[in-house]
Design a protein around this ligand. Sequence first.
Ligand code: ARG
Length: 460
Amino acid sequence: ATNQMWGGRFEKGNRSDVVAFNASIAFDQRLAKHDLIGSIAHAKMLTHTKILSELDGTQIIGGLEKLQEKLMAGKLVFSDTFEDIHMNIEHLLQQEIGDVAGKLHTARSRNDQTATDMHLFMKDEIVTIMSLLDELMEVVVTKAEMNVNTLMAGYTHLQHAQPISYAHYLMAYYEMFTRDRERFQSAYNSADQSPLGAAALAGTTFPIDREYSAQALHFAGNYQNSIDAVSDRDYLLDFLHASATLMMHLSRFCEEIIQWNSYEFGYIEISDEFATGSSIMPQKKNPDVAELIRGKTGRVYGSLFSLLTTLKGLPLAYDKDLQEDKEGVFDTIDTLKACVSLFTDMLASIQVKSDKLQASLKDDFSNATELADYLADKGLPFRQAHQVVGKLVHYGIANNVPLQKMSLTQLQEFEPLIADDVYDVLDPENAVARRISLGSTGFDQVKYQIKQAKETLTQK
Ligand code: ARG
């Protein structure tokens, strides 16, 4: 049989495998709620502009509202026969109110309809994701506040570099998540334009009111060009890019959690709730949740690249390729929500072993820069100071004695400028406390960063 909606110019129906291949209902039924919202706004506009009679409009809107109720009750049944969510709903409306349902599609195409649905849907999803991100940021700040005085070695090249406050390390992630949130806000803004009324690509001869529709749907504005309106998927790329970057941040954090949770580091312990055992090794407690978040980062990157590749080389305006915009985005939304909320709870439940963190600073020479700065402060050119301390570290490693345990005479053999005030400088706590530069690990600076963060979060 030929298609009910567009079969007029066809002699033969589609093969059943073609019907299945074309159909998007299996995944775009996720847009049902927003398709109905979009259609109600369109019907209201058509009535408002008198394109539809008051009677037809009332019937159509009533029917759509009925479908909304059925959708919420889980009573709408979709079918491959009607290809996508738009034609499924039109068919259901026809069953509900009869042939007047056919008037709903006046001055509209599935091209602007699918774009409208997706814009509305994305706005809602992005708001949800931003609030999950806010909860994550709250936890990061709370953890930081509890750990201002917890010292650890800061790393570069995964080698002990300089003593830092654990809170400072956590607040670095806070900054990343702040930028993530801005990126999601910006993706929201790009989704906040209405394509409705662009019709197939060229607009319509009917005296529609796009302002009216856009307002009814709470869009900030309208696409200015009808060809762009139906072919633009930049807002989805913005979302996928924001998602990929957020996942990259979570993945880096997870990588550190996995390492720190290892026997070798032993800096933290992941709660049992977020770990799993081994089917053979009874002693195992594996950080699977963190590993899976790290792993799922790949599929989110994949969705970004998949859509970029789909769009590359597409001629204007609508092409069926664009139907491929959905699954990767849907999968990304599901992945992101699960990852952000699980990560938040996992982070909240992590036990920090501050004694182990602090102990790692005992004999590690991470105070070498302090000594070089000390000598520079006493007038030795920093380059020379660096040389002297390098030799001291070399001597210390060879003789298994950290800088702070060398006697004053030993130290002075390398550089007579060293006096007995040096031991204060070598203390890791002082190393942190003495850092006063903006954004540094100094306790006061870290407390300031936390205070700022808390103020920002309470404004949300
Ligand atoms: N299911 C389609 C999509 O997601 C809807 C638009 C179809 N338009 C068309 N002219 N075939 O892109």
